[in-house]
Design a protein around this ligand. Structure first.
Ligand SMILES: NC(=O)c1ccc[n+]([C@@H]2O[C@H](COP(=O)([O-])OP(=O)(O)OC[C@H]3O[C@@H](n4cnc5c(N)ncnc54)[C@H](OP(=O)(O)O)[C@@H]3O)[C@@H](O)[C@H]2O)c1
Length: 304
């Protein structure tokens, strides 16, 4: 198969976000920090909701004006009021604040609302147990490139979330990138792969750029060469749907220079190192889940 043949083979899922999102008249983001801001920006940019349909909450009085000015939305410290007046509630506080916030808003929630949690390692059961009613819950794990609408969000449904709730949640996260639904047992893997993943890939970019510097290329140019190359390679995989090994073979001319570089990567155990890194991060995510679900003081462990 030629590179052109591979590139023609595009199967992009059509976005059905706008219609689905139209069902959510009011959205509350509890905890408008880095991630909350990224989500709200994405929703506003895509015109899924207007500023008047979104309200946010923060933990400190001093954050109110900062967030209100940046986002142009109503911002309050009152989580109860925000939850009471919204159709969809996104919980974007730190995992260690989830227990308190959930107990705080529990009495305001009704089963016709949708609760979306983005807190790392917090299970849908953890959320459902604290709100104590049959509230639909979707758990989502986005990543930092959501800030530039290039995010990747893994999601799973709680006990009471229907197909329609999942579609509603999907429409929200489609505003900041791609989405995928997985079984909740795989969410630690998602956390380790795509949520932690940017960190691993920054190390790869940094290392490739260092190589350019070693070869006499300026750091600025080296970083551009490395990062645009990573972006291009990722787009080749996504748009062609070809196996990465096939795309790799296309770059690797017999007796050329790429095969020498690849041999060095094999000797340096790059593959096994990356695999082990993701597996290790997933183990850590699992530890956090267990700690949070069983211990009354998750703060202590999460700060380690
Ligand atoms: N950042 C990411 O890339 C990413 C990716 C995946 C998942 N997540 C998850 O997203 C959540 C937020 O992460 P983040 O990076 O956005 O953190 P962050 O920037 O620290 O934001 C947390 C926000 O929560 C607010 N807050 C604290 N206590 C609150 C309370 N009792 N009621 C209402 N709001 C409160 C904070 O307000 P003040 O500043 O006023 O205290 C702040 O605006 C975490 O659970 C994290 O696991 C983040």
């Amino acid at each position: 198969m030629s590179t052109n043949e591979i590139l023609v083979n595009k199967h992009r899922k059509p976005s059905k976000g706008k219609e689905t999102m139209a069902r959510a008249h009011k959205l509350a983001v509890i905890g408008v920090g880095k991630l909350g801001e990224a989500l709200i920006s994405g929703l506003l940019k895509k015109e899924y909701l207007s500023t008047g349909a979104i309200c946010g909450t923060v933990g400190h009085e001093s954050s109110i004006s900062r967030v209100a000015e940046r986002m142009g939305i109503d911002v309050t410290l009152d989580n109860k009021e925000a939850a009471r007046n919204s159709d969809v509630i996104i919980l974007a506080v730190k995992p260690q604040n989830m227990d308190r916030v959930l107990r705080e808003i529990a009495d305001e929630l009704e089963p016709d609302q949708l609760l979306i949690s983005v807190a790392a390692s917090v299970t849908t059961t953890f959320v459902e147990e604290r709100v104590e009613r049959n509230i639909p819950v979707v758990r989502a794990m986005p990543n930092t490139p959501s800030v530039i609408n290039a995010g990747m969000t893994g999601m799973c449904a709680g006990l009471y979330a229907t197909q329609s709730h999942c579609e509603q949640a999907e429409a929200i996260f489609k505003c900041v990138g791609e989405t995928v639904f997985v079984d909740e047992s795989l969410m630690d893997g998602v956390t380790a792969l795509s949520a932690s993943g940017p960190a691993y890939l920054y190390v790869v970019i940094e290392s490739l750029a260092e190589a350019g510097v070693k070869l006499g290329i300026s750091r600025e140019t080296s970083t551009l060469l490395a990062s645009q190359t990573m972006l291009g390679a990722a787009r080749m995989v996504l748009e062609s749907k070809a196996h990465p090994a096939l795309l790799k073979d296309m770059v690797t001319t017999p007796a050329g220079c790429t095969i020498d570089g690849l041999l060095e990567l094999e000797e340096g155990k790059l593959r096994v190192t990356l695999i082990k890194a993701v597996v290790k991060a997933a183990e850590r995510a699992r530890e956090l889940v267990n700690t949070q679900n069983s211990a009354p003081q998750p703060k202590v462990i999460l700060r380690k």
